[in-house]
Design a protein around this ligand. Sequence first.
Ligand code: NAD
Length: 433
Amino acid sequence: MNIAIVGTGYVGLVTGTCFAETGNQVTCVDIDANKINKLKNGELTIFEPDLDILYERNLKQGRLHFTTRLEEVIEKSKIIFLALPTPDGGDGQADLKYVVEVAGQLGKLIDQYVVIVNKSTVPVGTADLVRATIRENYPGEFDVVSNPEFLREGVAVDDFMKPDRVVIGSSSERARKMMEQLYEPFIRQGNPLYFMDERSAEMTKYAANSFLATKISFMNEMANLCELTGADIDKVRLGIGSDNRIGKRFLFAGIGYGGSCFPKDVKALVKMADHHHYDFRILQAVIEVNQRQKKVLVEKIRKHFGGKLAGKTIAVWGLSFKPDTDDIRDAPSLEIIPALMAEGMHIRAYDPVAMENARRVLSKEVSYCNDLYACLDGADALAILTEWSEFRNPDFEEVSKRMPSKLIFDGRNLYKMESLKELGFTYHSIGRS
Ligand code: NAD
């Protein structure tokens, strides 16, 4: 099938590449000419494990194409996906300007039946809005489908190729059949493809992200209470996670959720509720708890040094919002590092892949280091902000040599308390007193 993906970011590029991998002819469109040039010339624009293999193969075999010109893809595409940004518009509401703009252009360009699929995370009712916007300029037949994306950065290729489920919101039988055909290779193991109406599909995505964010904030509050009561959050986590109704995943306490989705999606759902005069109390608390949790490590550092942070140097391991991605959008590091710098601390930072992105947004005063050990040279303490695998089992002798203070603030609970104590470290973590 000939398909187009409009918006070639984390979701668009993975979606396009994976559809090409199953034999489709895919053209990815983006207004960022620099990005498109790189992708045309064999240079990937994001770090995502395993994406390089699929991207190179499909580029070479002529199934994956890139352009800045939307008009180029219209005639041949049977399905057009929108994988456009839907950022916080400033008041918490999802900003639909990118989606509406492209819908307006599509209305002027299409001249035969096509299925427009919204893959962006959008408020309930957006499929209707896109339909109405296209209709302003195009009187012919077309369908708008809501197909929210559930991939996780860091394992996006695997998630896309073997999704837990595919959700398709559409009231058109014709569009449903085309979507079913397109997704058939991805659900061969029997994972479900759920058909529903557009509004329920749009809501499903917000419900999923908000539920997961709630789980994180709940565990972070439990962690804070564990510290006060002398309980250990990691033991509590194991104790509750073995209950199937609760489940083992997403129970790790830490320094708050970040990334390009949870923060904006939880806020957008609260705003959506507001709009319908519904007070979504749990989610308001989830947001508040998360904001507070992002400051927990700074508090611990401040307390340890008796408030005297000026002139001290701290090594930071991890800048991305989670491991295996170069995405730093809304990462805890973007709050913690400026907060420490505001109190006069010097920062030496290391991240396996996110330093280039971090450089663009963090203060020029941050020093970036080539590896995790070099980062410790001259540091008074180490703060761990992302749970990259390479941080899980470092050479602690080397750590001690480079950082004689042997002081660690671990926002991700990577190490056993007893082991670090035996090695002579002062070790602060989350929810373990
Ligand atoms: P992104 O910012 O990485 O990519 C969006 C791309 O759209 C950018 O490359 C941008 O240049 C391009 N764009 C903007 N306006 C355009 C236009 N008029 N024409 C063509 N291209 C245009 O965003 P993302 O992370 O891929 O997210 C896209 C959507 O998917 C969002 O709604 C997000 O909430 C949702 N989502 C993201 C993830 C994730 O993990 N990143 C997961 C599931 C859903």
